[in-house]
Design a protein around this ligand. Structure first.
Ligand code: PAF
Length: 284
C-alpha cells in the first residue's frame, strides 16, 4: 500500500484510470472521497471512513463548475490546494485526483446525467441545474476513479439520496456510504462555506442546528403536525436573523414532505446568513 509520503497527485482522467486499474489488478479495494477542496475535519472523517472500508483511498479535489448557478459562488469558492494536499497526505490518502476543468469537460460536452425525482425539491428547486451538475460529475468521477466504495457526507442529505439513486438506476458497481455530519463544538455543521462568515454571522449561523434541534424536540414525545414543525424551523431561523430558503420535513427515502412529522423523518433547512447560503439537516 502507498505510504503517507508516497501520495500521488494525478491531474488527468487517463492517468487516474491507469492508477485505478493497476490497484484493481493488485486486488486492492479502492475507497473514494469526492470533494471540492478547502478540506475541513468533516472531509477528513470521510477519508478515515473510506480507509476503514478499503485498501487504498483516492480523494478528488475539483470545484465542479457545472453544479453552480450563474449567480452562485463558483469563482469565489474557497480554494487552497497546497493545504488540501498536505491534509490528504496526513489523512493517509494514496492518491489525489486534481484535474483542471479542461481535463474534465470538453468544450462541446453534451451528455449530462439527470435524476428526475429526488432532485426536484429542496436544493434542487432552489438551485436549478445543481443536481444535474452533481450527477454528471459524480458519474464521471466514478468512471475515472473506478472506486469500490465512495463515501459522502450526510450534511448534503439530498445529494447523498440522489447519488444513491444514480448508482442504483445506472448500475454503477460502487458501494455508497453516507457518513454522519461533523459539527463544531457548538453544533454548526462543518462546511467549506463557513469561511465566508463574519464573527457575528458565525454566531447567527447556529440558528440552523438549533432549528433542527427544536424540530427533533417537537417529535420527541410522538408524532406532531408537520406544519407546526415547519413553523418551529422557520421561527428559529428568523430568531437568528437568518433568511430562510427552505425549511422542510420529509420522508427519509423519498424526500416527499410529510403531513405528520415523526421520528425517522428528516428535517432540512437552507438559509442565508448574510450572503452565505448554508444548509443542514437532521434525522428526527
Ligand atoms: O459534495 C461535494 O463536495 C460535491 O457536490 C461533489 C460530490 C464533490 C461533486 O462535485
Amino acid at each position: 500500500m502507498a505510504g503517507a509520503d508516497e501520495m500521488l497527485i494525478i491531474q488527468t482522467p487517463e492517468e487516474m484510470q491507469r492508477w485505478a486499474r493497476e490497484r484493481r489488478r493488485e486486488g486492492r479495494r479502492i475507497g473514494f472521497v469526492p470533494t471540492m477542496g478547502y478540506l475541513h475535519a468533516g472531509h477528513l472523517s470521510l477519508v478515515e471512513d473510506a480507509r476503514r472500508r478499503s485498501d487504498v483511498v483516492a480523494v478528488s479535489i475539483f470545484v465542479n463548475p457545472t453544479q453552480f448557478g450563474p449567480h452562485e459562488d463558483f469563482s469565489k469558492y474557497p480554494r487552497d490546494e497546497a493545504r488540501d494536499l498536505a491534509l490528504c497526505r496526513a489523512a493517509g490518502a494514496a492518491a489525489v485526483f486534481l484535474p483542471a476543468p479542461e481535463a474534465m469537460y470538453a468544450p462541446d460536452a453534451s451528455v449530462t446525467v439527470d435524476e428526475g425525482r429526488l432532485a426536484l425539491g429542496l436544493c434542487g428547486a432552489r438551485r436549478l441545474g445543481h443536481f444535474r451538475g452533481v450527477c454528471t460529475v459524480v458519474a464521471k468521477l466514478f468512471n475515472i476513479v473506478l472506486p469500490d466504495v465512495a463515501v459522502f457526507g450526510q450534511k448534503d442529505y439530498q445529494q447523498a439520496a440522489v447519488i444513491r439513486r444514480l448508482v442504483r438506476d445506472l448500475n454503477f458497481p460502487v458501494e455508497v456510504v453516507v457518513a454522519p455530519t461533523c459539527r463544531e463544538p457548538d453544533g454548526l455543521a462543518m462546511s467549506s462555506r463557513n469561511v465566508y462568515l463574519s464573527g457575528e454571522e458565525r454566531l447567527r449561523a447556529l440558528g440552523l442546528s438549533r432549528a433542527l434541534q427544536a424540530a427533533a424536540d417537537a417529535v420527541a414525545d410522538g408524532p406532531a403536525d408537520a406544519e407546526a414543525v415547519r413553523r418551529v424551523l422557520r421561527e428559529t431561523l428568523e430568531a437568528h436573523a437568518l433568511k430562510m430558503d427552505y425549511a422542510e420535513v420529509v420522508d427519509a427515502e423519498t424526500l416527499v414532505p410529510v403531513a405528520q412529522a415523526a421520528r425517522g423523518h428528516v428535517a432540512l433547512v437552507a438559509a442565508y446568513c448574510g450572503k452565505t447560503r448554508l444548509i443542514d439537516n437532521r434525522v428526527l
